[in-house]
Design a protein around this ligand. Structure first.
Ligand code: SF4
Ligand code: SF4
Length: 190
């Protein structure tokens, strides 16, 4: 016979919900759990909490559970959920907010290399206006596996360089200044 589980009591943390709403610019309380976001999301197979469940948890201010999930790092920001949502909620904005909160103050992500990759990717865009693969890879391997990890990848990097797949010198984007100002405004807002 299966034991009946006692439902867990959840105390809503409304100030935390309001904080996520303010940072993301999205109205979490508008969600009525229709699940259209989850049904259209292309990467739910790799998520441990479904997109509509993220909204439910955040509606109750349970941000710690969301910050600990793989889901916030798996979201590809494709905006499919926003297109399908009858209430115009962009879950991509919310996921992005949660990633930023996780990097600033949150508990450790379940997969430690994912936030490191995220930071290396954004660092490259902030410096050059677009991703510079060589720079980003060096930063990622150094931070995730140290000098020995970087040296292990040196052969692959050299081969890619020889085949013209990566460039040593970064490209400069004409709109680089605007990209930097976006980063500055975002950091101020955070
Ligand atoms: S589609 Fe919109 S309203 Fe429906 S569950 Fe997802 S976020 Fe909530
Ligand atoms: S933005 Fe994220 S949550 Fe929304 S459909 Fe795309 S991958 Fe799924």
């Amino acid at each position: 016979m299966t034991a009946i589980q006692t439902p867990q009591e959840v105390i809503p943390q409304l100030s935390l919900r309001r904080k996520v709403e303010e940072l993301s610019g999205e109205k979490i309380t508008a969600c009525f759990q229709c699940e259209k976001c989850t049904n259209g999301c292309p990467v739910t197979f790799a998520m441990d909490i479904m997109p509509h469940q993220v909204l439910r948890l955040l509606g109750l201010g349970q941000i710690e559970e969301v910050l600990l999930s793989d889901t916030i790092w798996v979201c590809a920001s494709c905006e499919m959920c926003a297109t399908r949502c009858p209430n115009d909620i962009s879950i991509a904005h919310i996921m992005d907010t949660m990633r930023q909160m996780s990097q600033r103050e949150g508990p450790k992500a379940s997969q430690k290399n994912v936030p490191i990759f995220h930071a290396a990717f954004l660092g490259s865009i902030r410096r050059f206006g677009r991703v510079h693969e060589a720079f980003m890879s060096v930063e990622f391997y150094l931070r995730s596996s140290g000098v020995s990890g970087l040296l292990q990848q040196a052969g692959t990097g050299l081969s890619m360089f020889n085949h013209g797949k990566i460039k040593i010198m970064p490209y400069r984007l004409l709109g680089n200044r605007q990209v930097r100002s976006i980063f500055k405004r975002t950091i101020k807002k955070g």
